[in-house]
Design a protein around this ligand. Structure first.
Ligand SMILES: Nc1ncnc2c1ncn2[C@@H]1O[C@H](COP(=O)(O)OP(=O)(O)OP(=O)(O)O)[C@@H](O)[C@H]1O
Length: 342
């Protein structure tokens, strides 16, 4: 279905070829991950499959056609059989969800009847049947990518190319997109997906083609993402000034709380004398009540919750005085370490 024969692609003005002697064959119905570091040549592969570019040497054949001999005027017809989705969705912002999906059918001259039937079907497949009239900006990123997928498959292409389709999405949303692509593949569409998502590649155990600097270094059925040990790890590190910022926040919090506490005055003497008073009322001298007396009644407990002292008045914190700019690492040329240990 997709055949690369000793494909080398050299972009003008570059020293190193983007692809060097790449050779593989994708059969109908396969799900293939293209993996490799940034710049390894994944997108170049997809561009060659879509006939956006041609190899410098070697041959690319898709759906039985040698793309080098495909006349330019026939390229749009050829592309109708290939759906594409990208990291940045590429929706038309002024068209509704349904219009975005319908648009790809209108440009290829599909009949009104077919469009009216195919668009709702595609939106239902991607789980967006209730959102046909929404504008793209009213959707989440995951929903926008679903629209893009609906647009890519509405014409029932034989091949779906996906270039980092989850690159802009959070992990949970990405899982939904991967499930959707798996479902589309299960329906018979060949899927070729370029990705950096090691976890998905490891979990799905599909065919993996790995590129390194344009060279195909692995073609493995049921493979994982591969060796990620060379990828730098993100280590927890001390954030400069974090301790000072936390301390300032805590002080300001206390200030706010104490400022909000009403001044505590001894309660007025009760009109009646038939209730216990000693534990609830401070002594005339202002001394706190003796906690060692008889168990307090409900009233007394409520009274005991009232703060018994005047609020602590803290002076306003002068940020400049604390040298916050320095402590937050915002001043020039100051190497002083301020962190949890200082
Ligand atoms: N139009 C172009 N002109 C010149 N060089 C290009 C062009 N497109 C890509 N390249 C170069 O070809 C190499 C492969 O690029 P490609 O975009 O295929 O890599 P990639 O694996 O898809 O990277 P990423 O994961 O970052 O998308 C890179 O060195 C890149 O700089």
């Amino acid at each position: 279905m997709i055949r690369f024969e000793n494909v080398t692609k050299r972009y003008r003005g570059t020293k190193r070829p983007a692809l060097s002697d790449v050779d593989f064959n994708v059969e109908a119905g396969e799900f293939v991950f293209l993996v490799g570091a940034s710049g390894s040549g994944k997108s170049t592969c997809l561009r060659l499959i879509l006939r956006e570019d041609v190899p410098t040497t070697g041959r690319v054949a898709v759906l039985g056609r040698d793309l080098r001999s495909l006349a330019n005027r026939k390229v749009p017809y050829f592309r109708r059989q290939i759906g594409s989705v990208f990291q940045d969705f590429r929706l038309l912002p002024s068209k509704t969800v349904a219009q975005n999906v319908a648009f790809s059918l209108q440009v290829i001259g599909s009949s009104r009847g077919f469009i009216q039937q195919a668009v709702p079907e595609a939106l239902a497949l991607v789980g967006l049947d209730g959102k046909a009239k929404r504008m793209p900006h009213e959707l989440s990123g995951g929903e926008q990518q679903r629209v893009a997928i609906a647009r890519a498959i509405v014409n029932r292409p034989k091949v779906l190319l996906a270039d980092e389709p989850t690159g802009n999405l959070d992990p949970a949303t990405s899982v939904g997109i991967m499930q959707l692509l798996t479902r589309i593949n299960a329906g018979g569409t060949t899927v070729v997906m370029a990705t950096h998502e090691a976890a998905f590649v490891d979990q799905m155990q599909r065919r993996v083609i790995e590129l390194q600097n344009g060279v195909m270094v692995r073609d493995e059925l049921g493979g994982g993402y591969g060796d990620t040990s060379s990828i730098p790890r993100l280590q927890p590190e001390t954030v400069r000034g974090a301790a000072a910022a936390a301390a300032l926040t805590a002080v300001q919090e206390v200030q706010r709380e104490t400022a909000a506490v009403p001044e505590v005055r001894p309660p007025d003497p009760p009109a009646e004398t038939n209730r216990p008073t000693r534990a609830a009322e401070p002594a005339a001298s202002g001394e706190p009540a003796d906690a060692g007396q008889a168990p307090a009644s409900g009233d007394e407990q409520a009274s005991a919750r009232v703060p018994r002292t005047n609020p602590i008045i803290l002076p306003e914190v002068d940020v400049a005085e604390l040298g916050m700019a320095d402590r937050l690492g915002l001043s020039d040329g100051d190497d002083e370490e301020v962190g949890p240990t200082s």
